[in-house]
Design a binder for this molecule. Structure first.
Ligand code: PEP
Length: 262
């Protein structure tokens, strides 16, 4: 049984999204590095999102102690059925997952997940006791048009709004134009968006949800993002595919956690 992510809610979170990358050999190498980094940095929660076919390899490599929770990169909204090529939340849970990403911009764009499906996928995740990390973020054109706030708030509202009880899930703010591009918002721009998201989460009865920043996070810039009190961690794509870079990110997060201690 994977550990409860809620138990780690007060730690900074560093999550690696491997996307459609990796072999079994690389998965073993990255998982071993993540495990060592997590054990050296107890103030940081380290989570891995491998491709579905590598979940078993990663779950075996990180072991049963819960030091490195594992998640699925997305799940279907339906519990089971005729949905060729998809994976259900229950299947992810049985494979040892504690988390699931929902609404990653690549899933929205390539698989046609709109806000309603992202909400339904998050609900499916909760029904299988997975903790969703709901990805939101504006495109470059939307930011250019001054619509970033409206877009991000609408994406948050679509998933967290209109509920009798708050959704137990986290959010990743990932400006689409920053994913895999080497470009990032300024630390102040990211902090501003996190503030907008925090206000919506409080309005929707989810004040304890964490808000991660994602988009070209690297060892050279993570410190800036984590210097902001409203940034509870990072979601990392490209840099999570190199053991040395991912280890450096976890170490930097530990230093940021140390600086936050009163
Ligand atoms: C991502 O896809 O979630 C991501 C943040 O990617 P990258 O770090 O490569 O920009």
């Amino acid at each position: 049984m994977p550990p409860s992510p809620a138990a780690a809610a007060d730690r900074l979170l560093v999550a690696g999204n491997w996307k459609m990358n990796g072999t079994r050999a690389l998965a073993r190498e990255l998982a071993a590095a993540a495990l060592a980094a997590a054990r050296a940095s107890p103030s940081v929660e380290v989570v891995l999102f491998p491709p579905t076919v590598l979940l078993d390899e990663v779950v075996r490599a990180v072991g049963p102690d819960g030091d490195v929770p594992v998640g699925g990169q997305q799940c279907h909204w339906a519990p089971e059925g005729a949905h060729t090529a998809s994976v259900s939340a229950a299947q992810l849970a049985e494979a040892g997952c504690a988390y699931v990403l929902t609404g990653h911009s690549e899933v929205r764009r390539e698989l046609g997940y709109d806000d309603a499906r992202v909400r339904a996928a998050a609900d499916a995740g909760r029904a299988s006791r997975l903790r969703p990390i709901v990805c939101v973020g504006e495109t470059e054109a939307e930011r250019g048009a001054g619509a970033a706030r409206a877009i991000v708030e609408a994406q948050v509202d679509a998933v967290f709004g209109s509920r009798s009880a708050g959704l137990e899930a986290d959010v990743a703010y990932e400006p689409v134009w920053a994913i895999g591009t080497g470009r990032t918002p300024t630390v102040e721009q990211a902090a501003e968006v996190h503030g907008w998201i925090r206000a919506r989460l409080e309005a929707h009865g989810a004040p304890r949800s964490r808000i991660l920043y994602g988009g070209s996070v690297a060892p050279g810039n993570i410190g800036g993002f984590l210097s902001q009190p409203g940034v509870d961690g990072v979601l990392v794509g490209g840099a999570s595919l190199r053991a040395d870079a991912f280890t450096a990110l976890v170490t930097a997060a530990r230093a940021a956690a140390d600086r936050r201690r009163p």
